[in-house]
Design a protein around this ligand. Structure first.
Ligand SMILES: Cc1cc2nc3c(=O)[nH]c(=O)nc-3n(C[C@H](O)[C@H](O)[C@H](O)COP(=O)(O)OP(=O)(O)OC[C@H]3O[C@@H](n4cnc5c(N)ncnc54)[C@H](O)[C@@H]3O)c2cc1C
Length: 389
């Protein structure tokens, strides 16, 4: 297994659950588990509201949230069903919100309620809009803690989690797979690659196609100062722009009681660049060289510029959030740590929406696992292990 994020660990755990006699090793280049996307996300257990009915995202998110809730209950990990509202700010947003409601109902999301403006204020007294969709079972969790618990299960079942082991080569070795790290070599019967922000590079090491490529998008957050966290009870989202897989800057209550505003989606100059000034020449060169990135940039430059403006201007960032929580001011927030999304882009410039896997011989590669992959991790693990074995 490559990757000790939530997916690699969930897959390793699943293999050992089904076949305790197997020997399973998880390799990760960092010195801790959950170092990248799993440790830098919004912490929302998504109920399956947005996704195209029948897609992997829709199916695996619905199954995954149930498994995740059971897991957190069994292990006494935080799982708070604080609920979520998606707010239509204008009459023009009502029809797209009705479409989200239709999808959510088809996906089997329980407890959905359509609210008018006053119904919205009963659920979220500081939110404003002409209508809203309420998903009371959307929850918040601590994904790094879940990942650490998965790692504990892998170790407890006799598996190994080898940190500080960067995979730099993958070769066929007869019927087996030779994995070369900077320190040592391993030979496995099968290899599953869950390498997140490096997914395309590691897949290429295994002989998989160059595309689709990862184009990193930084998601920046602000945090409400403690005296203003009462502006938000649960999760408040705008109606997302249907052209993009991102949900729009929103308000997220965290399991520690804080409230985040964000994330935006700014093209990042480094795959693991959590600060605006982080730049990796190699990452940037790969992004620019990929024809899909250039096509994507040509089609979406206006939105890209607006996101960059929101990134440098706190006022612009907060002005977006104020469109549905009008009392918010720039003085109510402080900067919070950012995350970087591994967004996959096809050669034609389209942002890959659904989860996507690849396969080369005995190697299965996860090529696209954006949100809600953390929510869906236990269900994705079932799916991948079925496919690999
Ligand atoms: C800003 C943001 C907000 C999000 N919000 C949510 C949310 O609220 N709910 C939700 O369900 N999902 C959310 N997501 C998505 C979710 O975080 C990811 O889908 C999920 O964490 C993916 O897990 P992963 O294991 O595939 O990737 P990662 O957690 O990125 O793990 C990949 C691992 O592979 C390792 N690796 C890479 N290359 C190598 C190599 N060559 N050798 C060895 N190891 C390697 C890395 O070190 C890393 O540990 C969000 C993501 C972001 C960025």
């Amino acid at each position: 297994m490559v990757g000790a994020g939530i997916l690699g660990l969930a897959v390793a755990r699943r293999i050992l659950e089904l076949r305790p006699e197997e020997s399973v090793t998880v390799l990760d280049k960092e010195d801790r588990v959950a170092a990248h996307q799993t440790g830098h996300n919004s912490g929302v257990a998504h109920a399956g509201v947005y996704y195209a009915p029948g897609s992997l995202k829709a199916r695996l998110c619905r199954r995954g949230i149930g498994l995740l809730q059971e897991f957190c209950a069994e292990r006494d990990l935080p799982y708070d069903e604080c609920g979520k509202v998606i707010v239509a700010r204008t009459d023009a947003e009502v029809a797209p919100l009705r479409e989200i409601e239709r999808r959510a109902a088809e996906n089997g999301v329980p407890g959905l309620r359509w609210l008018d403006g006053s119904g919205l204020r009963e659920v979220e007294p500081h939110a404003a809009g002409v209508a809203a969709l309420h998903s009371p079972h959307t929850a918040i969790v601590d994904f790094p803690a879940v990942a650490r618990a998965f790692a504990g299960d892998v170790l407890g079942a006799g598996g190994a989690v080898r940190l500080g082991c960067e995979v730099i080569g993958i070769r066929r070795d007869g019927e087996r797979v030779r994995v070369i790290t900077a320190r040592e070599e391993f030979v496995f019967d099968r290899l599953i690659v869950c390498a997140g922000l490096q997914a395309d590079r590691v897949a290429r090491l295994a002989g998989d196609s160059p595309g689709p490529a990862i184009v990193p998008f930084r998601g920046e957050y602000y945090r409400l100062v403690p005296s203003r966290t009462d502006l938000v009870r649960g999760l408040i989202y705008p109606v997302p722009d249907p052209r993009y897989p991102f949900l729009g800057v929103h308000f997220t209550r965290r399991v520690d009681g804080g409230v985040d505003v964000g994330p935006n989606a700014v093209p990042a100059l480094a795959r693991e660049g959590y600060r605006r000034r982080d730049l990796s020449g190699a990452d940037l060169w790969e992004t620019l060289r990929w024809p899909g990135s250039r096509r994507m940039a040509r089609r979406n430059w206006r939105t890209g510029l607006m996101e960059m403006y929101g990134s440098v201007s706190r006022r612009a960032f907060i002005a977006r959030a104020r469109t549905f929580v009008p009392e918010l001011t720039a003085a109510d927030v402080v900067r919070a740590p950012a995350g970087v999304r591994a967004q996959t882009v096809d050669a034609d410039g389209s942002l890959v929406d659904d989860f996507r896997l690849g396969r080369v011989g005995r190697v299965v590669t996860v090529r696209n696992a954006p949100s809600p992959a953390a929510t869906s991790s236990l269900a994705i693990a079932e799916y991948i292990v079925d496919l690999a074995t």
